[in-house]
Design a protein around this ligand. Structure first.
Ligand SMILES: CC(C)(COP(=O)(O)OP(=O)(O)OC[C@H]1O[C@@H](n2cnc3c(N)ncnc32)[C@H](O)[C@@H]1OP(=O)(O)O)[C@@H](O)C(=O)NCCC(=O)NCCS
Length: 206
């Protein structure tokens, strides 16, 4: 994996980042975004190689059916630099969440902001648990989950222990915000609140 911050000079300042809902018109931009990701980032996102985001996938990721879930993109100058989504699991109040941040933008709070905003939307959507499968070695993903004010449990692992399944209890946005601003919170949480405030306002359409 790229060293955190190693390519920071190629990234725009956080104030230039806007997070908004994904749109069907983002399909080509999402494919181009995928094409700029490093092999390690792709492997961590898809739990294996995934060199190309095919047209059908790009369409599926950008045009969620009503009630299926929600997806966000982080944009800099009309270019996608991160994407996150949750998809409701059948017949319940749980959804699977996944997100990916372009390499030069990693380790700057965007993943945390995406998870925070997706959790807000998920709560309003009746989702009470977000689940994610990730490599046990994916420190960044584990940190993003562990440093939110949500309760996180590790459900189980793949037979060989290489994949961890995380389950996060979703809480109402109000209780999450007060938790994030508590002085006793971890340093990461204060930074997280800072980052959510630092990224240009979430589009009104959410
Ligand atoms: C996982 C991922 C989405 C996190 O997004 P991010 O914007 O980099 O994360 P944040 O900046 O919000 O950082 C969250 C924590 O992860 C740590 N982190 C971020 N990138 C890291 C990296 N490359 N290596 C080690 N730690 C990293 C940060 O230090 C931070 O920890 P802290 O809160 O203690 O400071 C992003 O790294 C990514 O796209 N990875 C590849 C795809 C992936 O793994 N997706 C998850 C599975 S669906």
């Amino acid at each position: 994996m790229t060293e955190p911050g190693a390519e920071e000079s190629k990234a725009a300042p956080l104030s230039a980042v806007v997070i908004r809902s994904i749109r069907p018109a983002d399909a080509a931009g999402l494919q181009a975004f995928h094409g700029r990701l490093s092999d390690d980032t792709i492997r961590n996102r898809f739990l294996g190689p995934h060199p190309v985001l095919r047209d059908a996938e790009a369409h599926r990721f950008t045009a969620l059916a009503r009630g299926e879930g929600a997806a966000l993109v982080a944009i800099v100058d009309e270019v996608i630099v991160a994407a996150g989504r949750y998809v409701r699991l059948s017949g319940g109040d749980a959804a699977e969440v996944a997100f990916v941040v372009e390499d030069p933008y990693q380790c700057r709070g965007i993943g945390t902001a995406l998870l925070t905003l997706l959790a807000h939307i998920a709560w309003d959507d009746g989702i009470r648990h977000l689940v994610a499968g990730t490599f046990a070695t994916n420190r960044a993903m584990l940190d993003v989950f562990m440093h939110t004010p949500h309760a996180v449990t590790v459900m189980n692992t793949r037979g060989d222990g290489s994949v961890v399944h995380l389950v996060m209890g979703v809480v109402p946005p109000d209780s999450m915000l007060s938790s994030a601003s508590e002085p006793a919170g971890l340093p990461a949480r204060s930074r997280h609140a800072e980052v959510v405030g630092g990224i240009s306002g979430l589009a009104d359409e959410l």
